[in-house]
Design a protein around this ligand. Structure first.
Ligand SMILES: [Zn+2]
Length: 315
């Protein structure tokens, strides 16, 4: 099957799963094949809860002749065990590596299951500060209550076996994977994984599909630079950290990039002219983006954060 047919079939199945499991039963960890060697599992678009088992982020894996590389570890040890069972249905080979795209809880609480089976964990050194921080420890404590029984006293935050300081090529059984730091953008430690032979990109949380992203405290100039670097890869399929996969890869990348650039342009001009935020926000033409999902929830806060960022840069 062609890459495009794989992707379209996967989109259809993802849609069917999304509707079938919206009410009641938790979403299963169900891998979709997106290219000859790449697979993808998709979590709910929701906040973590006991009902969804913290299955609110995606993960992927690449099967090589010498073992399996997993990208992100899912949001609880139980989900990681289910992913391992699903991988065992695809190949008898072991998981040799897990690449962490960033150290947000919903992407890493499953790590211990992979380490227990001998996989080597790789992450970018930018995650070191967060991993050792009181914030990360407090988050885990809170999760043990809010996400019980899926997150419990046995759930741990794990350091990787290897902190990456720059780009890394991982060659396994002749399959080449490019691990590329692209942060600080969404987080200081953002890492993407690219399978050049099949032009599949595991993009972590840098790409938000067809919706307005949450900018938060991120430095949008660096985020834009990271998106430009991803566009240069000319991926055919993008697997984001949340939401469905994209076979309109460059259009999705451009949308996020153009939105961030427009925030900087409009709010930057206001900050430079010392125009109050409320006035600037009200007079800005948002028509290009206001039809997008989550615009109403996120845009004003994104604009305000960008206004403050541009104001600091003006000084
Ligand atoms: Zn995420």
């Amino acid at each position: 099957m062609s890459l495009r047919r794989h992707a379209l079939a996967a989109l259809g199945l993802a849609f069917a799963l999304g509707t079938a499991f919206a009410q009641g039963a938790p979403r299963p960890v169900a891998p979709l094949q997106v290219s000859p060697s790449a697979w993808f599992v998709q979590g709910d678009t929701a906040l973590g809860s006991p009902a969804n088992r913290n299955f609110i982020s995606n993960a992927g894996f690449v099967v090589t002749p010498a073992g399996v590389v997993v990208i992100d570890a899912l949001g609880s040890p139980q989900l990681a065990r289910e992913l391992l069972e699903e991988i065992a249905r695809v190949t008898p080979l072991p998981v040799t590596h897990v690449v962490v795209t960033h150290y947000h809880a919903d992407h890493v609480y499953g790590l211990q299951e992979f380490r227990r089976r001998g996989a080597r964990i790789l992450a970018h050194r930018g995650g070191l500060a967060y991993l050792g921080s009181p914030v990360a420890a407090a988050r885990l404590e809170a999760s043990r209550v809010e996400l019980a029984p899926w997150i419990d006293a046995q759930t741990q935050l794990l350091e990787p076996d290897e902190w990456l300081d720059g780009p890394r090529e991982l060659v396994l059984g002749g399959t080449r994977l490019l691990l590329r730091p692209v942060g600080p953008a969404h987080t200081p430690e953002d890492l993407v994984v690219f399978l050049p032979a099949e032009r599949v990109l595991f993009a972590g949380d840098l790409v938000f599909r067809g919706r307005v992203p949450f900018v938060g405290q991120a430095d949008s100039a660096r985020w834009i630079a990271a998106l430009d670097a991803l566009l240069a890869l000319e991926a055919r399929v993008i697997l984001p950290g949340h939401g469905s996969l994209s076979d309109a890869a460059s259009a999705d990348l451009r949308l996020t990039r153009d939105y961030l650039a427009y925030l900087r342009e409009s709010m930057g001009a206001a900050a430079r002219d010392m125009e109050p935020f409320d006035e600037a926000y009200a007079r800005t033409d948002w028509s290009r983006f206001e039809h997008l999902p989550l615009f109403k929830v996120a845009n004003r806060m994104n604009a305000y954060n960008t206004y403050l960022l541009m104001e600091r840069q003006e000084r």
